[in-house]
Design a protein. Structure first.
Length: 119
């Protein structure tokens, strides 16, 4: 896969999940051309946040896919921020919470611990 095929680090799952569309990609390319932000992860982060906001509450499958997308991101800090955001959502499924708790990533395990207990 070339950079041209997946600019800004939007790999196939970003497209498959519908987080970034061809129209959005065109707008991002125009923004990149006229702007001074040369950090591709910033563009992915904004796309991720917009997707989550538009689709809340997330289905369990979508929450799990977004968590896994974060785990696979080329930028570890941003990927972990994505994972953390999913874990904080009230609709985060138990399977994802278990994954986060066992991840060995301290802030994810702590985010699970801080969640309100289910009644």
């Amino acid at each position: 896969m070339s950079v041209e095929e997946f600019p800004f680090g939007f790999t196939e799952p970003w497209h498959t999940l519908g987080i970034v569309t061809p129209d959005q990609l065109e707008a991002l390319r125009a923004e990149w051309a006229r702007g001074d932000d040369r950090h591709p992860e910033h563009y992915r982060w904004r796309a991720f946040l917009a997707f989550v906001a538009e689709r809340r509450p997330l289905t369990p499958d979508t929450a799990a896919a977004l968590y896994d997308l974060g785990a696979a991101d080329a930028d570890r800090s941003m990927g972990e921020a994505m994972m953390h955001r999913v874990v904080e959502l009230p609709e985060c499924p138990a399977e994802v919470l278990a994954k986060a708790a066992a991840s060995g990533i301290r802030h994810l395990a702590q985010a699970v611990e801080r969640r309100p207990a289910a009644i």
